[in-house]
Design a protein around this ligand. Structure first.
Ligand code: SAM
Length: 225
């Protein structure tokens, strides 16, 4: 068996971008379910996704009535896929561990979905999210569950040639999250650990292979402290 190739994160997503949306990926399925079942009131709101990738979540949020959609990502190829979805969204290239070029308190709802496993230190992106959030705003974080990441599960894919590609990823146990929320002046208002039993009978086989109780994604809801 050939060895997996490891690329840095942005380079890996540049390669993955064109096939990402069609990939049979149980984590993407689980995160999508978590977002679609969230009780969000986004009509006329400004939405920002950190690490928006191909824009699949922005599309779902637009369908729920959000008026102003903003996303950024450090992979130019993932952003190019997002631009194909909607030319009216504000999309730009940036690294979430650095300062984000948006004004303080300018956003009503911020989403992180399957991106923070690639960030070693949760504090800088969460502090930026906290700075950007308007009073009364909400941050939603849907990420690989620590039980899986601590078991060695992380983002990876196969190219069209069958080559396995891996990239740097960091497991974040619950204590890391709670310490980072504290540093970013954020308060937890909701926590759900999504299990296959939450997804109904249509869940893909890959999701069911660990049984009905094994949590796939952790879903935090946060407000300014
Ligand atoms: C698994 S994809 C998720 C994309 C999208 N959020 C979704 O749920 O489909 C991870 C995305 O995070 C982006 N990403 C990872 N680390 C990042 C960073 N430090 N700054 C900006 N984007 C980052 C990657 O380029 C990739 O597009």
């Amino acid at each position: 068996m050939s060895e997996a190739k490891t690329l840095d994160v942005a380079a890996a997503y540049d390669v993955w971008a064109s096939s990402y949306d069609g990939y049979d990926n149980p984590m993407v399925y689980a995160a999508g379910q978590a977002l679609s079942q969230a009780p969000l009131a986004l009509a006329q709101k400004t939405i920002l996704e950190f690490g928006c990738g191909t824009g699949r979540n922005l599309e779902a949020l637009a369908a729920s009535g959000a008026s102003n959609l903003i996303g950024f990502d450090f992979s130019s190829a993932m952003l190019a896929e997002a631009r194909k979805r909607d030319g009216d969204w504000t999309l730009f290239q940036a690294d979430m561990s650095e300062a984000i070029p948006l004004q303080d308190q300018s956003v009503d709802f911020i989403l992180f979905s399957l991106t923070l496993e690639h960030v070693a230190d949760l504090v800088p992106p969460l502090q930026e999210a906290s700075r950007l959030l308007r009073s009364g705003g909400v941050i939603k974080i849907i990420e690989i569950h620590p039980f899986l990441s601590l078991n060695g599960v992380s983002a990876h894919f196969k190219t069209a040639d069958g080559e396995e590609v891996t990239m740097p990823a960091f497991a974040h146990p619950f204590q890391d999250w709670l310490v980072a929320f504290d540093h970013a002046d954020l308060r937890v208002t909701g926590l759900k650990e999504w299990q296959p039993r939450d997804f109904g009978t249509d869940a893909p086989a890959k999701i069911l292979r660990r049984g009905l109780d094994w949590p796939w994604v952790v879903d935090w809801t946060l407000s300014p402290a």
